[in-house]
Design a protein around this ligand. Structure first.
Ligand code: CTP
Ligand code: MG
Length: 263
C-alpha cells in the first residue's frame, strides 16, 4: 500500500519570533520545510500537499519545485493555508486527489494519509513508518506519542496568547487539579488516518476551524469527535516541534551532532 501526506507549513512562527514564515527558517543550511518534506519522502511517502501562508505560495514552490528536492519521484502541490492549522489541513485535503493523480496513486477509502507539521522536521523515518504500518494494519487513526515528563496541572481559566508565548508576566492562576500522569502522553506528528475517515472528520469539525482559539489542535481529536477509535504508537524525542528559540537551538545542536558524527 502507498501513503500520502499533508505537510502543514502555513504558520507564521509568532512564538519563534522569525521575520518570514517559520517553515523557511534555516536549520544547518536547509529550511525546516525542505527537511520535513525530505523526511517524508525518505520514509516512502508517495506524494505531498504542502500548506503555505497565503502570500508565500510562490516562494514555497521555489523551495519545492513540483517535487521534493532530492526525491524527484515524489510530487508536491503547494496550496494556501487557512486561519488556523485545522483550516490549513482542510485546504490541503482538497488538493490530495490531484497530487495522488500526479503520483499515479489511486486514492482509495483505506489509503493511509498522514498529516505532519513542517515544524517537526527532524522526525525519524522509523516514526513515520510506525504510523503508516498501523494504518495499514487496520487502525483508522494513529498518533505517535511519548509519556509526559512534567507533572501537569489543570487551572481555572483558559490559556491566553500571552501565557502561550511566555511573554510579559502572566497573571497568577489558581490550580484546580493534578491529573494522573500515568495515563497522559504528549502527541506528535505525523498522525496517520484512513483517507475516508480523515476527510469525514474534517467535514464534521469544519465549524471550529475559523480561528486558532476554537480549532482542533490536532487531527486525531476530530476523529475522536466522531466517536471513532484513535490508536497510539511510540513517538521519538527527535520529533520535537520547533516552537520557541530554545527549540531551534536544540534542533541546531542535534543537526550539528548528526553532521559531525557522519550521520
Ligand atoms: N500551521 C498551518 N496553518 C496555520 C497555522 C499553523 O499550516 N494557520 C502549521 C505550522 O506551519 C506548523 C504546524 O501547523 O508546521 C504547527 O503549528 P505551530 O507550531 O503553532 O506553528 P506556527 O503557527 O507557525 O507558530 P506560532 O503558533 O508560534 O505562530
Ligand atoms: Mg500556531
Amino acid at each position: 500500500m502507498v501513503a500520502l501526506a499533508v505537510l502543514t507549513a502555513a504558520g507564521s512562527g509568532t512564538r519563534l519570533g522569525c521575520r518570514g514564515p517559520k517553515a523557511l527558517v534555516e536549520l544547518g543550511g536547509q529550511t525546516l520545510l525542505e527537511r520535513a518534506a525530505r523526511g517524508l519522502a525518505d520514509a516512502g511517502i508517495a506524494a505531498l500537499v504542502v500548506t503555505a501562508p497565503p502570500g508565500e505560495v510562490d516562494g514555497f514552490e521555489r523551495v519545492l519545485p513540483g517535487h521534493v528536492p532530492g526525491a524527484p519521484h515524489v510530487p508536491v502541490l503547494v496550496v494556501a493555508g487557512g486561519e488556523s492549522r485545522q483550516a490549513s489541513v482542510a485546504a490541503g485535503l482538497e488538493a490530495l486527489p490531484a497530487v495522488a493523480t500526479l503520483a499515479g496513486v489511486e486514492l482509495a477509502e483505506d489509503t493511509p494519509v498522514l498529516v505532519h507539521d513542517a515544524a517537526r522536521c527532524l522526525t525519524p523515518a522509523e516514526v513515520i513508518g510506525r504510523v503508516v504500518a498501523a494504518v495499514e494494519a487496520g487502525s483508522v487513526a494513529v498518533v505517535p506519542g511519548l509519556p509526559v515528563t512534567d507533572t501537569l496541572k489543570e487551572v481555572a481559566s483558559p490559556m491566553s496568547t500571552t501565557d502561550a508565548a511566555s511573554g510579559p508576566t502572566p497573571e497568577v492562576r489558581r490550580v484546580v487539579a493534578t491529573p494522573d500522569r500515568s495515563h497522559l502522553w504528549g502527541v506528535q506528528t505525523p498522525q496517520g488516518f484512513r483517507w475516508s475517515v480523515l476527510l469525514h472528520a474534517h467535514e464534521h469539525g469544519r465549524a471550529l476551524a475559523a480561528t486558532e482559539s476554537t480549532a482542533a489542535t490536532d487531527d486525531a481529536s476530530l476523529v475522536e469527535a466522531l466517536g471513532l477509535p484513535v490508536d497510539m504508537v511510540r513517538g521519538d524525542t527527535l520529533a520535537l516541534k520547533v516552537t520557541s528559540r530554545t527549540d531551534l537551538l536544540l534542533a541546531e545542536l542535534l543537526v550539528e551532532g548528526a553532521l559531525t558524527s557522519g550521520g
